[in-house]
Design a protein around this ligand. Structure first.
Ligand SMILES: *[C@@H]1O[C@H](CO)[C@@H](O)[C@H](O)[C@H]1NC(C)=O
Length: 135
């Protein structure tokens, strides 16, 4: 009987250990994705986290097309690690929806924020575009 209890205790400990190591593995991979997102955002002037089929993403991209600016676009539905990137992104900006737009490393927001910043002119300042120029 005592042996049986000892084995049970051992089995429980083993299960806890396996679970803990899995957890730290996924933590490490999440940290890596977060680092990837931060690096991506800081190495391009305009970054859009997008999904290729999403109409709001198209709307956000259209704004930059009108401004004749080329954003760096990550289509999360077209990459194997897309959902992990989306996890890291949502941890960073507090929103899981796409698109999420960054200009010069600064989080602008989603599609509505991008269109609003275009309509109220703040996007020109963010992009260092002289608003006296014709666009
Ligand atoms: C313009 O729009 C942006 C994006 O929504 C917003 O953050 C900003 O406060 C607005 N500025 C003005 C002057 O309305």
């Amino acid at each position: 009987m005592a042996t049986a209890w000892r084995w049970l205790g051992f089995a429980v400990l083993a299960m806890v250990a396996v679970k803990a190591s899995r957890l730290s593995l996924s933590d490490a991979s999440a940290a890596k994705k977060l680092a990837f997102v931060k690096k991506t955002v800081s190495s391009h002037g305009i970054v859009i986290f997008s999904k290729s089929y999403c109409p709001y993403c198209r709307r956000a991209k259209a704004v930059f097309k009108k401004l004749k600016k080329e954003p760096y676009v990550l289509e999360l539905d077209q990459r194997g690690d897309g959902s992990e990137i989306q996890d890291a992104l949502s941890e960073m900006v507090g929103r899981r929806a796409v698109p999420q737009v960054f200009i010069h490393g600064k989080h602008l927001g989603g599609s509505d924020d991008t269109v609003e910043a275009y309509e109220n002119g703040t996007i020109l300042t963010l992009l260092d575009i002289d608003s006296t120029n014709d666009l």
